[in-house]
Every structure is written in structure tokens, then in C-alpha cells.
Design a protein around this ligand. Structure first.
Ligand SMILES: O=C(O)c1ccccc1NCC(=O)[C@H](O)[C@H](O)COP(=O)(O)O
Length: 218
């Protein structure tokens, strides 16, 4: 099994960005939705003059964005992936894809009908992020879902040639368990934070576990 892709999400400060830029993650996520992790695209633009992230892909996370919110982010930043994390419809996403040439992912919350939802988006998105469902919160909850459902999400994604990230409460204590399900990608935010800041030590410990898994499963 190849090493899963890593997405480190919810970068709030220049220091956070420096930390994740020196990590082994393939994707860096920024939140442009109501959240304690929300960032201003114009401020992020100034950070990118100081930190080279050209080796990584930049993911913009939105929740039911307006056209203006999308434009503000896409005109200021070199976004590779748009992650829709709200109640966006197939039509909403189709409209964005008319002008956005990058990759688009749909985040879906784990519940009994998630697989049906994946079916309904499969012809418009390039990938999925499956996250925990928590009342009143869209994401970044720090809570994990029942991972026995992960194989069905992975199978669907592989069968339809999509990428699937598993999100929600992944941390250094439970990532080994998640790795036993062989996810294509893992998305982390709360689990790589200490006092609301991204932690280099936590990220390194997580990377060690992911690399160990890569070695063992080869
Ligand atoms: O992280 C947030 O604050 C957030 C707020 C609103 C919508 C989405 C959000 N995060 C999206 C992500 O991709 C997170 O990485 C994902 O939910 C996992 O977060 P966590 O459970 O904290 O690891």
C-alpha cells in the first residue's frame, strides 16, 4: 500500500504556515468559512511572500460560499483545490467548475446515507473528504467517526477513480488504527494543534507513524 496523502488543515498564522510548509504533507488547507480558523485571503497572500509552498498543493475550504467570497480567495491566492464543506449542491459546484480549472472536492459528513451522497456528486467532483457529523459544526471538530465505515468510502472512491480523504479527530494516538483501513488520504486539523497553534512535534510524530505504515505494508 502506498503512503496515504496528508492534508494539514486550518492554518491560522504565518508560524503555522512555516511549520506545515516544512512537513511531509502534500496538501495545506485554509479555512474561508465561519470558524476560529478562518483566515483573510489578503493576509495569507502576504505570508506566501515569505514562505515557499510551491511543493505543496493549497486547498481552500468553503462552506456555502457566495460568488464574491470565492472570487476574493481565487484572485488573491494560488488555490489548487476547492473543498466544499457545506450544503453545496451539484449545480452550485457545476457553476464553479465552469471557471475554476483546479481540483474540486466535496466534504460529506459520515452518516447512514453518505454513500448515496457520494453517488450523487461523483460526476462533478474529483474527490471527497469524509468528516464527522457534529450538530452545529461543519468541520474542525476534533471528533472521529466510526471508521469501520471507511472501507466502503475507499472502495467507492477507487471504483469511481476519485480521491478520498478521511477527516475528523485524527491524531497521533489514533492514526495507527486509521491506517489499518488503508485510506488514500488523511486530513488533520485539531490533532496537530497545541493551544490553537500547529505543533511541529505532533506533525512529526504523525509523519513517523504514517511512514512506518508505508514501510510495513510494502
Ligand atoms: O477546521 C475548521 O475550523 C472548519 C470549519 C468549517 C468548515 C470546515 C472546517 N475544517 C475542514 C477540514 O478539512 C478539517 O481538516 C476537518 O474537518 C478535520 O478537522 P479535525 O477534526 O479538527 O481534525
Amino acid at each position: 500500500m502506498p503512503k496515504p496523502l496528508l492534508k494539514l488543515c486550518g492554518i491560522r498564522t504565518l508560524d503555522d504556515l512555516k511549520i506545515v510548509s516544512s512537513s511531509q504533507a502534500e496538501y495545506i488547507g485554509l479555512i474561508f468559512a465561519e470558524s476560529k480558523r478562518r483566515v483573510d485571503p489578503k493576509i495569507v497572500k502576504t505570508w506566501l511572500k515569505e514562505v515557499d509552498i510551491t511543493a505543496k498543493k493549497l486547498v481552500a475550504v468553503f462552506v456555502n460560499p457566495t460568488a464574491n467570497e470565492l472570487t476574493d480567495v481565487l484572485t488573491n491566492l494560488p488555490i489548487d483545490v476547492i473543498q466544499f464543506h457545506g450544503k453545496e449542491s451539484y449545480e452550485d459546484i457545476k457553476k464553479v467548475k465552469e471557471t475554476f480549472v483546479g481540483t474540486v472536492w466535496k466534504a460529506l459528513h459520515h452518516h447512514p446515507k453518505t454513500l448515496e451522497e457520494m453517488h450523487s456528486f461523483k460526476n462533478i467532483v474529483d474527490g471527497f473528504v469524509i468528516d464527522s457529523r457534529m450538530k452545529g459544526q461543519w468541520g474542525g471538530t476534533g471528533v472521529s467517526f466510526d471508521w469501520t465505515a471507511v472501507p466502503q468510502y475507499i472502495k467507492f472512491s477507487r471504483d469511481t477513480n476519485k480521491l478520498c480523504f478521511i477527516a475528523g479527530g485524527v491524531n497521533e494516538s489514533n492514526i495507527e488504527k486509521l491506517l489499518t483501513y488503508h485510506p488514500q488520504g488523511i486530513d488533520l486539523s485539531s490533532g496537530i494543534e497545541v493551544d490553537n497553534k500547529k505543533s511541529k512535534d505532533k506533525i512529526e510524530r504523525i509523519e513517523e507513524r504514517v511512514l512506518e505504515y508505508g514501510d510495513i505494508s510494502r
